[in-house]
Ligand binder design. Structure first.
Ligand SMILES: [Cu+2]
Length: 124
């Protein structure tokens, strides 16, 4: 990286940081920056409550819950040995370390992913 593009990148970061401060000072609920977490709900008709979830790189806390009587689990494609949540009308939570990228989360119960229990997890 040239020093010129470094300066350009650095100035963008300063602007982003400033905007973050400017928008953050008015709220009393400014916890999202330090709590890197997402909530995923498994729906009875075999889909998640969103098709896309967003988180920041690093340790991401995932809370998974449902109100139906089916067993659901939640895995991150390619990282199946690092996180497996399982629920049945209740909730489970865990955390996983991820680098920036686009990941797929899915329910591994037979037939569920095919029916629609799959979503993108965008880590930036
Ligand atoms: Cu499921």
């Amino acid at each position: 990286m040239t020093s010129r593009s470094f300066r350009y990148t650095a100035s963008i970061l300063v602007v982003v940081a400033f905007l973050g401060l400017a928008t953050g000072c008015g709220g009393d609920d400014d916890t999202t920056a330090s709590e890197n977490s997402i909530e995923v709900e498994g729906k009875e008709s075999l889909f998640f409550d969103s098709t896309e979830y967003n988180a920041a790189q690093g340790t991401i806390d995932i809370k998974y819950f449902s109100n139906d009587d089916l067993t659901h689990n939640l895995l991150v494609e390619g990282h199946e040995d690092e996180l497996e949540l399982e629920i049945m009308g209740d909730e489970d939570e865990g955390s996983i370390d991820l680098d920036p990228g686009r990941y797929v989360i899915y329910c591994d119960v037979a037939g569920h992913r095919e029916a629609g229990m799959e979503a993108a997890l965008i880590v930036s």
